[in-house]
Design a protein. Structure first.
Length: 482
């Protein structure tokens, strides 16, 4: 099939340029972290690079309390909560290598929010996301009279379908979800046919449908709101990339005396100008999304000699495709976000008979992550046939456009990794959220801030998602991953 008429959407099509970023352009070749001597002359030379022009206003800090690696929704949320909970207690800097977000998974996602999960903590994270977005003015307004941008939340429930052998599990999941505060309706086959007559229910026995708080929104508008609020809080945004960590040797007691161990002390950032900038930190938070594994390796996680450093962070990038189709005879305005048992999803996009859809490929056809090229054969062979089977009125659908994005995929159990590393106690994870990063980023950011400030998870107990579960070989089974 020819795709000459299908538009391949790029980040330029999806993402308007909504805010300026802070550059690293300065005169120095190598700026050390805090705590290291710098001559007064060198300081003056760096700070006043051009006496004929404006003084630089975007100076990079040499020392911070918290250094966030990654400026997507997760990193932006972490920075926000650190400052929101205690505005004057912490200095925060955020490093992002691509402030156009050309490869940011959260910016190119479908922006879904759902309360239907099988693991209670995942339900709680999504419930908080809904509460946060409902009260976004309270959290993200910069001036009392100036609301943050409308994130365009579309309230439409998710509809999960299940065959007969999964019916009892779905009953239990719905019961748990409602006990936690969600509003999920369990539907028998007859009720499904009555409410959604356009569905083919031949192999479906039951379903669950979100009545409140589920839907989708524009992640780009949320990150813009975070950015504006974080700047007002004094967060330093740095346009650069982590090059390496510096370590500090410290003597610790052992059974035979004292031994020297290396601990994380500072980071070296490659600026957009090609210069290196050292930043000393008390805590560093890995929010690098699909590239979180690379950041962890630079901290010797998975490559170190200590037993606690032997296990790597099992987070890698996975590429996913989003297809836009048009069908005038589709289900229409009341279309839910449909999650098919075959792993395909489908929802309305706008008011012109357009829908977006996609699915999770099998392991044997996982696409290459070298670039964001689109596999149209996956649509033709896996997505389209299942949609036409489930919704017979879609037989005349036409593919209009498509884009792709990266997910931070946890190869161990496909669930969140959050908390401190057992060896590098000042290295924290906020990784492995996969396709749920958009909705869970808000709660994960709050959890990281609580862990740093109170040494514990206060609002939602996420301790089961810690890195040490890899060492124990303790899997978390989330049955409602899409």
């Amino acid at each position: 099939m020819s795709y000459t008429g299908v538009k391949h959407l790029t980040k330029a099509d999806r993402l308007p340029r909504l805010f300026r970023y802070y550059s690293t352009k300065r005169s120095g070749k190598n700026v050390p972290p805090g705590g290291q001597y710098r001559s007064p002359w060198k300081i003056i030379k760096d700070e006043f690079t051009n006496l004929d022009g404006p003084l630089p206003t975007d100076l990079i800090p040499r020392e911070v309390d918290a250094l966030v690696i990654g400026g997507g929704l997760v990193g932006s949320s972490v920075a926000f909560w650190l400052k929101h909970l205690h505005p004057k207690a912490f200095s925060v800097a955020l490093v992002e290598r691509d402030l156009t977000y050309s490869r940011a998974s959260s910016m190119l996602s479908a922006g879904g929010v759902r309360h239907q999960f099988s693991v209670p903590e995942n339900v709680q994270l999504s419930l908080f996301a809904t509460e946060f977005l409902r009260n976004i003015k309270q959290y993200l307004s910069v001036l009392d009279e100036e609301d943050p941008p409308d994130v365009k939340f579309n309230h439409h429930g998710y509809l999960f379908l299940a065959p007969q052998d999964k019916a009892e599990e779905l009953v239990a999941h719905v019961k748990m979800q409602n006990e936690l505060g969600a509003r999920i309706k369990f539907l028998t086959k007859d009720k499904l046919a009555q409410q959604f007559p356009w569905l083919n229910l031949q192999d479906v026995e039951v379903g669950s449908y979100g009545l409140q708080g589920e839907g989708w929104f524009d992640p780009w508008l949320l990150i813009k709101s975070f950015f504006q609020k974080n700047i007002s809080y004094g967060v330093s945004y740095i346009h650069g990339e982590l090059d390496r960590f510096n370590f500090k040797s410290q003597a610790v007691s052992s059974g035979t005396g004292y031994i020297d161990k290396n601990y994380l002390d500072s980071a070296v950032i490659n600026g957009e100008d090609g210069n290196e900038y050292g930043i000393k930190f008390s805590h560093v938070i890995n929010c690098a999304g699909p590239w979180a594994g690379e950041v962890a390796r630079k901290a010797t996680i998975g490559t170190g000699n200590d037993v606690d450093l032997a296990f790597p962070l099992p987070v890698t990038p996975r590429k996913r495709f989003v297809y836009v189709v048009n069908c005038p005879n589709g289900p229409g305005l009341e279309t839910p976000v449909l999650i098919d048992p075959a792993g395909v999803y489908f929802r309305r996009e706008g008011l012109g008979g357009n829908y977006i859809c996609g699915g999770t490929p099998s392991e044997d056809r996982e696409p290459s992550t070298e670039d964001l090229s689109i596999d149209y054969s996956f649509f033709e062979e896996a997505v389209k046939p299942q949609l036409e089977y489930r919704i017979p009125t879609l037989k005349n659908l036409k593919l209009k456009s498509a884009w792709s994005c990266y997910h931070d995929y946890n190869e161990f159990d496909e669930n969140l990794v959050i908390g401190r590393h057992p060896f590098h106690n000042n290295f924290l994870f906020a990784n492995g959220l996969g396709g749920h990063a958009v909705q869970h980023s808000i709660g994960v950011g709050r959890a990281i801030a609580e862990l740093i400030m109170a040494e514990d998870f206060k609002s939602i107990d996420l301790s089961k998602f810690g890195f040490d579960r890899f060492l124990r070989n303790d899997f978390i089974n989330e049955e409602m991953i899409t």
